[in-house]
Design a protein around this ligand. Structure first.
Ligand code: NAP
Ligand code: ZN
Length: 344
């Protein structure tokens, strides 16, 4: 076993603190990664606080992992020492069910092994708030050479989670897209939708993020705290909803054209009611999307390399994590906290 420094939450009400975990020895198909940076996703906060009611403790969060390869097993073909690599939300799956065969491991019939708060071969998984991780090579991604590691880290979750539905719903230069919520996912969603050629609006609360949204490349800004924002119905082809808390779905849906789609990626802990008529009367759809498979994740990273898309980050030290969680819960971050793991 490889003794590994980490930060963990021991219960849903305790702060994160130093903790030691064991990583498995490097197997024939494994890659040992020295973690340099790890992003803080709102899903980390939901799970540490057990808001989805599926948390197990101790929990070492973190699924936006980047670093360098430090060892490879003897069967590993795709990676060598010192390669720049990443690990996202999954570390393994059965590789043989219909969904794995279709490169959508997130839907693995036998249950994908998520990077933390999950199990792999019966053992608990621990995430990226740690110094190193051992991962099956099929779940390791290559980071394009032209992207800074720390700014690329959030692509491993926020990037793929927004790229997947934008691609699924065929975003291109003829589409009017709105991104709801300008946080970690939302700001990367804006950049990716712009790179796909769309006209992009941001739906955000208040006026504080207006200039920032336009600076990110958005064409339009709607302050949803002002009821007037919802007066102009039937504008958008697609709304990418990244909002992390319950909100009025019906009001957003009414901003869609006929046949428009609202794709939900935000995962608020409580359900929200919907007025069916808002869908029925304009043949609109409400869709969901869950991260993305490994093949699509590599495609997204290569797309971001080509278009020079990275996250706007606040680089923090490990011991700032509890303060960062408090600020994230108030949407007070531009736009992603990334932990410098050398401070662990
Ligand atoms: P984040 O950085 O906290 O951003 C969420 C944004 O939601 C905030 O910046 C805020 O935008 C908006 N918001 C928060 N509370 C709101 C409220 N009460 N009403 C309206 N808007 C509100 O979080 P994130 O890391 O981007 O994650 C967003 C959500 O996606 C989380 O629920 C996370 O668990 C989920 N997620 C899902 C997947 C998936 O596969 N589907 C993957 C990763 C994350 P403004 O300040 O601009 O209003
Ligand atoms: Zn995430």
């Amino acid at each position: 076993m490889l003794a590994t420094k980490a930060y963990a939450a021991m219960t849903s009400t305790s702060e994160l603190k130093p903790f030691e975990i064991n990583r498995r020895e490097v197997g024939a198909n494994d890659v040992l990664i020295h973690i340099h940076y790890c992003g803080i996703c709102h899903s980390d906060l939901h799970q540490v606080r057990d808001e989805w009611k599926n948390s197990s403790f101790p929990m070492v969060p973190g699924h936006e992992i980047v670093g360098l390869v430090k060892a490879v097993g003897h069967n590993v073909k795709k990676f060598k020492l010192d390669d720049r690599v990443g690990v996202g939300c999954m570390v393994n799956s059965c590789k043989s069910c219909m969904h794995c065969m279709n490169n959508e491991e997130q839907f693995c019939v036998n249950g994908a092994s998520f990077t933390y708060n999950s199990t792999e071969n019966g053992e608990p998984t621990y995430g990226g708030y740690s110094s190193q991780i051992v991962v099956n090579e099929d779940f390791v991604l290559k980071i394009p050479d032209n992207l800074n590691l720390e700014e690329a880290a959030p692509l491993l979750c926020a990037g793929i989670t927004t790229y997947a539905p934008l691609k699924q719903h065929k975003v291109n230069s003829s589409k009017l897209v709105a991104v709801a919520g300008l946080g970690g996912l939302g700001h990367i969603g804006v950049k990716i939708a712009k790179a796909m050629g769309a006209n992009v609006a941001v739906l955000s609360r208040g006026e504080t993020k207006r200039q920032a949204a336009l600076d990110l490349g958005a064409d339009e800004y709607l302050n949803i705290s002002d009821p007037k924002a919802f007066e102009n119905a039937e504008i958008f082809d697609l709304i990418l909803d990244t909002v992390s808390a319950p909100h009025d779905f019906t009001a957003y849906i009414n901003l869609l054209k006929i046949d428009g789609v609202m794709a939900l990626v935000g995962a608020p802990p409580e359900p929200s009611p919907i007025d069916t008529m808002a869908l029925v009367m304009r043949r609109r759809s409400l869709a969901g999307s869950l991260i993305g498979g490994i093949k699509l994740t590599q495609e997204m990273l290569d797309f971001c390399g080509k278009h020079k898309i990275v996250s706007d980050i606040e680089l923090i030290k490990m011991d700032y994590v509890n303060k960062a969680y408090e600020r994230l819960s108030k949407s007070d971050v531009k736009y992603r906290f990334v932990i410098d793991m050398s401070s662990l």
